[in-house]
Write a protein that binds this ligand. Structure first.
Ligand code: SF4
Length: 160
């Protein structure tokens, strides 16, 4: 009998068999370690995401870290200007593989209403982005939705 949503097989003896890469993906998607790269008001909204009201630990992503070496999920929350671009790139490079990026809010995704000479018009011009969250600011539940989408993406990709 297959176990729903996985390639695991449960035998009548109670024994479950699967492949090692499935176990690795299961562990990765359920233990994301977010690194908030917060620069503006979206970062304040992110504080709501990690509050008890929204209970992000349901998705295994509650251990926020401020060192790229201890994180595998960068959440860019806020406006990024061109001077900040190299810093964002450097910190992303310092994260170990595999790593993922969520772009939170209109400013990070597209520059938002800062359509000017100083503002990066989307962080995907600097680093790869896995999930974009629209909104100004996005509500905490939109961030939780992005984490669920990222988990599905990790699940559907071959182990890196
Ligand atoms: S998207 Fe809106 S809330 Fe988020 S950083 Fe930009 S201006 Fe602030």
């Amino acid at each position: 009998m297959g176990v729903k949503g996985t390639t695991m097989t449960k035998h009548e003896t109670g024994l479950i068999t699967t492949r090692v890469e499935e176990v690795i993906k299961w562990g990765r998607k359920n233990s994301l370690w977010p690194l908030p790269f917060g620069t503006a008001c979206c970062a304040i909204e992110f504080m709501g995401v990690v509050s008890s009201v929204f209970d992000i630990s349901r998705f295994g992503a509650e251990l926020v870290r401020f060192s790229p070496r201890q994180s595998d999920l960068m959440i860019v929350a806020g406006t990024i200007n061109y001077k900040m671009g190299p810093v964002l790139k450097r910190i992303h490079e310092q994260m170990a593989d595999p790593k993922w990026v969520i772009s939170m809010g209109a400013c990070a995704c597209s520059g938002g209403f800062y359509d000017n000479y100083a503002t990066v018009q989307g962080i995907d011009q600097i680093i790869p982005v896995d999930v974009f969250i629209p909104g100004c600011p996005p509500r905490p539940d939109a961030v939780l939705d992005a984490i669920v989408k990222l988990q599905a993406k990790i699940d559907s990709n071959p182990t890196r």
